[in-house]
Design a protein around this ligand. Structure first.
Ligand SMILES: [Zn+2]
Ligand SMILES: [Zn+2]
Length: 172
């Protein structure tokens, strides 16, 4: 990669910018960040959004920065941001399912280490973000408050939930 690059793309990945789309690699504030995995190409070690790199690789065998042949693409193992519990609770309150999914895929505890009644599941329940509630449950969330509400919803088919179970449960 010390040879003269034949590409106009600048080696900006060290500053946290994706060289392909010029957007932040790590933008915790933005819902757009959610689920955007980071790819590291080897041997040169440049970083990109995984989806940006995938688009680039349709046409090229080489790294967009420096034109080294890409031999291996690794997914970066991301750690949780320091205030992840706060982020998770807030996202559950406002129904920001993207942020929650992003935190979960980074290894966040589904209950954000909170006690029953204060968990993301509870917050999603109180604020009627049932898509978030379902996601958290599918990730192993077990807050009884969330479960109780979920049971109610399935039972009576409220809020667009499937009503298949209504007859079986004797719901009118
Ligand atoms: Zn990008
Ligand atoms: Zn490179």
């Amino acid at each position: 990669m010390n040879s003269v690059p034949s590409t106009p793309l600048a080696a900006t990945s060290e500053t946290g910018i994706c060289p392909v789309c010029r957007d932040d690699l790590y933008n915790f504030e933005s819902p757009e960040f959610a689920g955007r995995q980071i790819a590291i190409v080897r041997p040169c070690g440049h970083k990109f959004h995984l989806d940006c790199l995938a688009t680039w690789r349709i046409d090229y065998l080489t790294c967009p920065v420096g034109r080294t042949t890409i031999e291996v693409v690794e997914a970066e193992i991301l750690t949780l941001p320091p205030d992840w519990q706060c982020q998770m609770i807030n996202a559950a309150k406002v129904g920001d399912i993207g942020t929650i999914r992003a935190l979960l895929t980074r290894g966040a505890n589904v209950d954000a280490d909170k006690t029953v009644g204060n968990t993301p599941m509870s917050q999603a329940t109180f604020n009627e973000h049932y898509d978030v509630l379902l996601l958290l449950t599918s990730w192993g969330g077990s807050d009884p408050i969330g479960f109780y509400r979920l049971g109610e919803l399935f039972h009576c088919g409220k809020h667009g939930f499937p009503k298949d179970l209504r007859k079986a449960q004797g719901c009118t």
